[in-house]
Design a protein around this ligand. Structure first.
Ligand code: CA
Length: 233
């Protein structure tokens, strides 16, 4: 039984009902909002654990809801958008959303995204998130202060760029980072169109994170969007 409180922001009543029924069946507590104003108000009054946010709202752009919530809270935000709105999804992630769901989605998908967000929440709570000097995720260990990375107890030899990429992903574990966000952080502004290079660095980094006989995926690829480090058991 999980008692996390979820804020469901969706103007389409049928979708809202599907989500709330799923939440109820799975032991979540929830609040609902049918527009952006109500979402911001509910979020600030009730401080939910996770926000589900439809991007197409009647009164305001979902991205503005994200910006408003991000001005005072890091609560996980999962955006919901239609398949044709890829650009909006990326804008939402750049504005600080954690993850996305594309309509139509299944109940299983919804529950899986909530579990990822919950793991991120417990990580941020238990280990102090970004402030911890050592990051441990499954067999991966990063000693930020020493600048060393270990996999299954053995030191990894990473190039400076690979190490920077790994640190950026690990400090945002559970969160989808867009290509633009990653490139700005690694190479700085003006290098946002370097997706081809990013892909090459990511490929070599992922290769170095593979252990023979173990198919743990530390880094997830989101085609056309970006990458995410998954919290593994
Ligand atoms: Ca809508």
């Amino acid at each position: 039984m999980n008692r996390n409180l979820i804020l469901v922001t969706e103007d389409d009543q049928a979708v809202r009902n599907l989500i709330t029924t799923t939440l109820k069946t799975n032991g979540y507590r929830f609040l609902t909002a049918a527009d952006g104003d109500e979402a911001v108000l509910q979020a600030s009054t009730h401080n939910p654990d996770i926000v589900l946010l439809d991007l197409g709202l009647p009164d305001m752009d979902g991205v503005d809801v994200i910006k408003s919530i991000r001005s005072w809270s890091n609560m996980p935000i999962i955006v919901i958008s239609a398949r044709c709105e890829d650009r909006d999804k990326i804008t939402a992630l750049d504005a600080g959303a954690d993850d996305y769901l594309t309509k139509p989605f299944s109940v299983e998908e919804l529950l899986a995204r909530l579990r990822v967000a919950q793991r991120r929440l417990s990580f941020m709570g238990a280990e102090g998130g970004q402030s911890s000097p050592v990051f441990v995720n499954g067999k991966l260990k990063i000693d930020y202060s020493g600048g060393c990375t270990y996999l299954d107890g053995k030191e990894l030899h990473l190039t400076p760029i690979e190490y920077k990429l790994l640190c950026l992903l690990s400090k945002n574990v559970g969160k989808v980072l867009t290509h633009t966000y990653i490139m700005q952080n690694i190479w700085g502004r003006g290098w946002e169109n370097n997706v081809a290079s990013l892909r090459v660095f990511m490929a070599t980094l992922r290769k170095k994170l593979e252990i023979e006989g173990d198919n743990t995926q530390y880094i997830q690829t989101h085609v056309g969007i970006g990458y995410r480090m998954m919290r593994v058991e």
